[in-house]
Design a protein around this ligand. Sequence first.
Ligand code: HEC
Length: 144
Amino acid sequence: MKTIWLTAVLLTLVACSEGQDSSVMQADARWYSQAQVDMGRVVFGQNCAACHGYYAQVNSDWKKAMPDAQDPPPALNGTAHAWHHPMKALKRTIDMGGVPLGGKMPAFRDKLNNAEKEAAIAYFQSFWSDEVYTAWLGRGGFKP
Ligand code: HEC
């Protein structure tokens, strides 16, 4: 009886450590590099954090940045719905802003170059859990 129980515990431990391994692998398999996240931290801090929050979590100061807005900007840290949008759509939002859709976000097409836009995306995606990132991939996510 004791052996069975011990085997069960051991098997559970093995299963858990295997689970951890695969999540590490998934995190390694993201499209961006740590250098892009580091660059994105600067780009995001200077251009996006006033509204979306330094950690992409929505800043409590957003009303100062956009006093006429009804709704706060969405969080980009994986808790809202940014992961529904494939890479192209994320880039389009950054390029065009929200104004064409009746929103408030300013356009960044001429303010940031492509590497800076991708770095900003890499930065806020670095807050996404592997579950959210995998769901994003499943919805078309990253197509170069
Ligand atoms: C002045 C405030 C403001 C700034 C600055 C700003 N945003 Fe936004 N952002 C918003 C608002 C508000 C929305 C919601 C759509 C709208 O109303 O335009 C939004 C929407 C988005 C979305 C779509 C999210 C979703 O869930 O659909 C993304 C992606 C995004 N912003 C990224 C960025 C990035 C990257 C930057 C910096 C380069 C940035 N934003 C700068 C206010 C801002």
